[in-house]
Design a protein around this ligand. Structure first.
Ligand code: FAD
Length: 439
């Protein structure tokens, strides 16, 4: 790649906070809320026009698997979010699978961060970091007036892609041994669904997948896709779908990302045709929205002080510096159009499920980014292998690592931002006092 020289220049400091939270998906929201509730000055910087990441801008249809069947593992910001969302959707909270009405979820988050006194910048991508040795002193943001800086004592990378960590020179891994990642989707929303008719004429939302797969086998489906997730009700006549995969693309590559959006919209149209023509209740439905943010499952996993591994999953590991536990199964979506690989996904999801009451621990060290002194990473890009990433990446897991990072950052601010100086016992005590689940 050819290069150009950008002359160095002074840029204005837009804001200074104790804790700078980069990205506001479930991990960023969890981090910011727990940090602010610990009495710190917190700022969120978010590239999209709303808070919530994949659950709002990405139109991901549900928040799933908050418990291990006995214990409420996602206690804290996740459960609070689901309870409030359920209240506004006028339904009961479902801690196994809670459908998301994305517009209401955006408002839940707006109100939650306002109540916590958090400063928020929306529509503001982070383009670089400023470092002094191993210390991150600021992030460079893109504004209507050009580049500005946001400075702070501790930084939390909750961008999902570990962008800030990568800018700061933290080593990372991507995908499998060949660099292949789980395929993204472009989630979609329909309006005009007759849910009463659907209910009266079907065996529920999951049964649609069986009809789809039969058509694929008969060569009558608009595309060959064996991992069909589904479309879920989240309002009187609306719903959201996690439908179809965009195979073979790398969500860190600029051209692939652009292709992902345009191809995702084509796929959305094709699969909507299937619903309209084959599923009772969908005859008059229309696509009203595809996600404004590509629904990405996997990109970078940072190198941290501990790499959480599949072995920790199978051994239901516990750690001295444990900051939470999680239990969602191994769910590695296929990266290719290979039908056998696609069919394997659901088999592995079911065969890897832990028994009731079982879970694996998450050590604080998996959030501490190498080569930096004051940077924590939360959400789907923490230090782990692919198997664990495919489990911890669902929203409750990201809330758990996010709120742990927020609580840890608040303690680190008292130690000049040194995230490695946070005592595990004090962190655990803080997390408990803020309402998190710890064994
Ligand atoms: C298609 C699909 C279906 C899924 N289904 C489910 C499901 O049913 N249930 C479930 O619980 N989970 C599901 N997941 C997983 C889950 O939605 C995500 O893994 C989770 O949201 C990740 O949380 P996060 O906070 O780490 O990152 P994200 O939710 O990705 O949030 C990251 C945020 O950072 C922002 N950001 C990124 N780069 C920058 C930057 N440079 N500057 C500023 N901001 C930036 C983004 O705009 C975004 O808002 C699904 C995921 C996908 C893709």
């Amino acid at each position: 790649m050819s290069t150009v020289h950008v002359p160095s220049k002074d840029i204005p400091v837009l804001y200074h906070a104790d804790i700078v939270v980069c990205g506001a998906g479930p991990a960023g929201i969890g981090a910011a809320v727990f940090a602010a509730r610990s009495g710190k000055k917190v700022v969120i910087i978010e590239a999209a026009g709303c808070l919530g990441g994949m659950g709002t801008a990405g139109l991901v249809p549900a928040i799933i698997h908050m418990t291990d069947g006995v214990n409420m593992l996602a206690k804290g910001v996740c459960v609070e979010t689901v309870d409030e969302l359920a209240r506004r959707m006028n339904i009961k909270p479902n801690y196994g699978w809670h459908d998301v009405q994305p517009e209401l979820l955006k408002r839940v988050y707006d109100d939650m961060v306002a109540a916590a006194g958090i400063k928020v910048y929306l529509g503001m991508p982070i383009a670089d970091v400023i470092k002094d040795g191993e210390r991150v002193t600021g992030v460079v943001v893109s504004t209507k007036h050009g580049l500005k800086a946001v400075t702070g004592s501790v930084f939390i990378d909750a961008t999902g892609d570990a962008n800030v960590a990568a800018f700061a020179g933290v080593p990372f891994e991507v995908g499998d041994e060949k660099g292949r990642t789980m395929s993204p989707s472009l989630c979609v929303q329909y309006a005009g669904v007759d849910w009463e008719k659907f209910r009266a004429n079907s065996n529920g939302v999951w049964s649609v997948g069986t009809i789809w797969k039969k058509l694929v086998d008969e060569g009558k489906a608009p595309m060959k896709e064996y991992h069909f997730v589904g479309f879920f009700k989240n309002g009187n006549s609306i719903g959201s779908g996690n439908l179809g995969h965009i195979y073979g693309i790398n969500c860190l590559n600029e051209d692939d990302i652009t292709f992902g959006y345009t191809e995702g919209r084509k796929i959305a149209e094709k699969i909507h045709g299937f619903y309209r023509d084959n599923i009772p209740g969908f005859e008059k439905s229309e696509i009203v929205n595809t996600a404004s943010v590509l629904s990405v499952r996997e990109t970078r996993r940072i190198a941290g002080e501990y790499k959480l591994c599949f072995n920790d999953y199978t051994s239901r590991a516990s750690f001295e510096d444990e900051v939470g536990r999680f239990a969602y199964p191994i769910d590695i979506h296929s990266s290719s159009t290979d039908s056998d690989e696609q069919k394997e996904v659901e088999k592995r999801l079911h065969s890897s499920a832990l028994a009731k009451g079982e879970s694996y621990g998450i050590p604080y060290r998996a959030l501490i980014a190498k080569n930096t002194s004051n940077l924590l990473v939360a959400g789907r890009s923490i230090s782990c292998d692919r198997e664990i990433q495919s489990s911890i990446r669902v929203m409750p897991g990201c809330f758990v690592t996010g709120q742990a990072a927020g609580a840890a950052a608040s303690i680190a601010t008292e130690k000049n931002g040194a995230v490695r100086s946070v005592p595990a016992a004090r962190l655990q005590e803080t997390l408990r006092s803020l309402g998190a689940y710890l064994k």
